[in-house]
Design a protein around this ligand. Structure first.
Ligand code: EPU
Length: 339
């Protein structure tokens, strides 16, 4: 029986490292632990929250219920063809360690997603993405434990309703499931994704003439390390906001006042605007507000420099949102899950 612990500090359980506590917490190593805990009074009487490594979560307040730390392990080959290999991975496995495992076995598809903090189970929830690749491109299926019924349910790609930093687990199924395993379909013969921004430049700098999944991973790691702060040294949760998508009309209006506006074309003539650019234009890059501030190398990252509180971080985020709204008439929405 997994032990339920009272009043657990969450400081070391989320990468923003703010002071907050969970009324109860327990560690789960498998579906059996979920079934056992589900029979307890604490489970029945309290709100529940599943936490991987807390790399996309900000605790503004104490959590008044039971937090389940998902530590379900395991990597298993479930199917193989001449083109693909299907890996079923425990939701509590570390994402970057999985990427490295795939690279060492020459399984291609997730090398562009190197060094993303977090667990495998969290990856489909927000359809993690970086350098031109999103998780959904290799996603086959997952198993999720329904907290209410105690049933394990299989979700295939279409069930997940993936979008930009979105899935059904952020939408209609929010807080209803604990993902227990994720199956990825990886490629034996790689297709390289080198078109995003700096990847090709960094490969050139590295003297790589013929790219491999390992060299792409190394290039991505170099880019990330040069821009994104290590949460262990500077507590943060990566991009704080999503990149907003605006209409063609709105974009054209902005273009007259801001001819150098950055954008990526989206479907239906919409434009995705880098939130980092908007925030930087409002003068926030590198700016501090008490114990928290905006990263000097990437304006989309908020840092907890000196034991700041969740409220200080939220107040800074609100000030940024207000400035972006006023200057560009664009609303920024947090990517980070705020509790
Ligand atoms: N830019 C600025 N100021 C900055 C930083 C960037 O103006 O301080 C502009 C530049 O023009 C740059 C553009 O914004 O070309 C885009 O910047 P970047 O390539 O760093 O990507 P991003 O859109 O800011 C997204 C993801 C990141 C992911 C990178 C790389 C979101 C919300 N964020 O950031 O994901 O690593 O692309 O693919 O989509 C995360 O989710 O935590 C995360 C770090």
């Amino acid at each position: 029986m997994p032990q339920i612990i009272d009043n657990v500090s969450l400081r070391d359980h989320h990468t923003f490292a703010t002071e907050a506590a969970a009324r109860y917490a327990a560690t789960i190593l498998g579906v059996e632990d979920l079934l056992t805990l589900r029979a307890s009074q604490v489970w029945q009487d309290n709100p529940l929250l599943i936490l991987g490594s807390g790399s996309n979560t900000l605790f503004q307040n104490d959590f008044p219920g039971l937090i389940l730390f998902n530590r379900i392990q395991g990597i298993e080959i479930v199917k193989e063809s001449s083109e693909h290999i299907w890996l079923k991975v425990g939701a509590g496995e570390n994402w970057h360690e999985l990427v490295q495992y795939c690279i060492s076995h020459e399984y291609a598809g997730i090398e562009n997603l190197s060094l993303i903090p977090g667990t495998v189970g969290a990856a489909p929830i927000q359809n993690i993405g970086a350098y031109g690749v999103e998780l959904e491109s290799v996603f086959e299926e997952l198993t999720a434990f329904e907290l209410k019924s105690g049933k394990s349910i299989r979700f295939d790609h279409s069930d997940c309703n993936f979008g930009y930093r979105f899935s059904i687990f952020k939408g209609e199924c929010i807080n209803q499931f604990c993902i227990t395993d994720v199956t990825l379909r990886l490629n034996k013969h790689p297709t390289f994704h080198l078109d995003y921004g700096q990847i090709q430049d960094v490969l050139n700098e590295m003297g790589v003439i013929t790219p491999s999944i390992r060299s792409i991973s190394e290039a991505v790691i170099k880019i990330r390390q040069s821009k994104l702060p290590d949460p262990i040294q500077l507590p943060n949760a990566g991009s704080f906001f999503k990149n907003p998508v605006i209409s063609k009309e709105h974009f054209e209006k902005l273009l007259t006042s801001f001819p150098n506006i950055k954008y990526y074309p989206e479907k239906n003539n919409m434009k995705k605007i880098p939130a980092a650019w908007l925030i930087e234009q409002c003068g926030w890059r590198g700016k501090r507000s008490g114990r928290v501030g905006v990263h000097e190398k990437q304006a989309l990252v908020i840092i907890n420099y000196d034991h700041g509180s969740g409220s200080e971080i939220c107040n800074l985020a609100k000030a940024i949102q207000a400035d972006v709204k006023q200057k560009f008439d664009i609303e920024l929405f947090p990517e980070v899950c705020i509790l």
